[in-house]
Ligand binder design. Structure first.
Ligand code: FAD
Length: 462
């Protein structure tokens, strides 16, 4: 009989006082005993609401049953029927919004820790040599290229390869993984976990090439001569600007630049690495999403005196994963809610000295149901700061669209799809942040998987 009333196990974590000074992983993987006990809490609901709420439909009750039976290899094989990046998703998916948010135990005893169990299955099966890449179908003789190596392209490439196509991934940077590598820090997602998940896709026979910026190194039209179909998963890597005075001051970073320096270029090891990063005594991060949490927690590890996250709405409306907000608070990061930045103040050398904010109150809900911030007249105040990191959103990189006149985009700059999920160019498909303008790993993967299905159909008729 399951034991649902046992308290949820959130898993062990590195002590906040220690971890705020290092880039080692915060959360630990369950031991076998912990995993079996947590799996034992699952009621195996016949309607499986958790599975229905998962964007890629992971067979959650089934994989949990394998863990309960002590078979991590079978558990990960079950997950990999629909998701090929289980060690990544177990670590970074916003489970509270998807699977765990729909667990029937949530209100009374706490949801089953599905993310922790997924991560356990992947890590354990891999360590035991029981994580096997899916075997591709017989060769179709068709060639497909996926642009970008983020979760969307990785998922698309793996599905296309599974169907027997010859698949190549082209990546602009010198390393694979997209935001997983340059955005999400190693203390949330260790680099070897990304390497191993990419290796699984390589082991299926997908070819990878770095340092190819499509639109500059090679044009999309040229790729269409060499390949039977193209998938664009080039993400949304262009930071949005505040548009306020002082934004060009010395000491202002976009979260994108700050995180890329630290995560991709390992600037926190400078001078052993080539790229430096500088924070002063008082860091203020503007924003309330995952980028803001990651930037603030990276900044804290560089050991300034204070790190503050300033957000224009309240805690309730913050889009970041709940676990990241809690971890940030535990690490000593301060939160200033309901404030809008008006000006970044500078000294005569152009160095940042502070930010002038106006206080807000919450007004009516916007089109997404989040209550709008409404400024309170006369409530301005100055927060001292010598480093400001802006994390207010990202837009698609325009390189491919600018160099491909036939590829239609919307006024937001995202690639436009018709009701059948097709771009304006035959044989060209797209998904992930390049069509959404910023979403989650699982939604990006789901787009890649869905597009692979459409590409399969397209290639059958070719
Ligand atoms: P990306 O991951 O952006 O990958 C796109 C890739 O394409 C990049 O590697 C880029 O270099 C490459 N590329 C771009 N242009 C070209 C070109 N012209 N030619 C060749 N290659 C090109 N989501 C979660 O679910 N959980 C989280 O905890 C989370 N944390 C996040 C933290 C940060 C800092 C950020 C920025 C986002 C976070 N997200 C999180 C969102 C999630 O990471 C993205 O939604 C997801 O990575 C999008 O995947 P993608 O494959 O569409 O694009």
């Amino acid at each position: 009989m399951p034991n649902p009333s046992a308290p949820r196990n959130n898993g062990k974590q590195q002590d906040p006082a220690l971890r705020r000074k290092n880039f080692d992983e915060v959360a630990h993987t369950f031991t076998k005993e912990e995993a079996v006990a947590e799996a034992d809490r699952c009621l195996h609901c016949p309607t499986h609401p958790c599975q229905n709420a998962c964007p890629v439909g992971v067979h959650i009750p089934d994989f949990i049953a394998f863990i309960k039976a002590g078979d991590a290899g079978a558990a990960v094989s079950e997950i990999m029927k629909t998701s090929l990046l289980p060690a990544i998703c177990g670590r970074v998916c916003p489970q509270e919004k998807h699977c765990e948010g729909h667990c029937v135990l949530k209100a009374k005893f706490g949801a089953v820790n599905i993310g922790g169990l997924e991560r356990y299955a992947a890590d354990t099966a891999r360590a035991e040599g029981a994580l096997k890449p899916p075997v591709p179908a017989a060769s179709t003789g068709k060639k497909v290229v996926c642009i970008g190596s983020g979760p969307s392209s990785l998922a698309c490439a793996a599905e296309l390869r599974r169907a027997g196509h010859d698949v190549t991934v082209l990546e602009a940077l010198h390393a694979y993984g997209g935001v997983l590598r340059y955005g999400i820090p190693s203390f949330r997602l260790p680099r070897e976990v990304i390497n191993k998940e990419v290796q699984t896709v390589q082991d299926m026979g997908v070819k990878f090439k770095t340092d190819v910026l499509v639109g500059a190194t090679i044009k999309l039209d040229e790729l269409l001569k060499e390949y039977d179909a193209v998938y664009i998963g080039s993400g949304a890597g262009l930071p949005m600007m505040l548009g306020i005075p002082g934004e060009n001051g010395v000491g202002v970073y976009s979260a994108n630049e700050f995180l890329t320096r630290i995560n991709l270029m390992q600037a926190y090891k400078f001078p052993q690495t080539d790229t430096p990063v500088q924070v002063g005594k008082h860091v203020v991060v503007l924003g309330g999403g995952n980028s803001a949490m990651d930037a603030a927690r990276c900044a804290m590890r560089l050991q300034p005196e204070t790190v503050t996250i300033a957000y224009r709405r309240s805690r309730e409306e913050m889009p970041a994963r709940a676990a990241e907000v809690e971890h940030a608070q535990e690490e000593g990061i301060q939160f200033e809610y309901l404030v809008t930045p008006k000006e970044i103040l500078q000294d005569e050398q152009g160095r940042v000295t502070g930010i002038r904010f106006t206080r807000n109150q919450l007004g009516e809900p916007d089109e997404r149901g989040r209550r709008r911030p409404v400024e309170i007249p006369g409530s301005d105040f100055v927060q001292p700061a010598d480093t400001v990191i802006t994390a207010i959103g990202q837009r698609p990189n325009p390189t491919i669209a600018k160099t491909t006149p036939a590829l239609k985009t919307t006024e937001r700059g995202v690639i436009a799809l018709n009701e059948k999920g097709e771009t304006s160019m035959p044989g060209v498909y797209a998904g992930g942040d390049i069509i959404r303008g910023g979403a989650t790993v699982l939604l990006a993967m789901n787009d890649g998987i869905a597009a692979a299905g459409r590409i399969n159909e397209y290639l059958k008729g070719k």
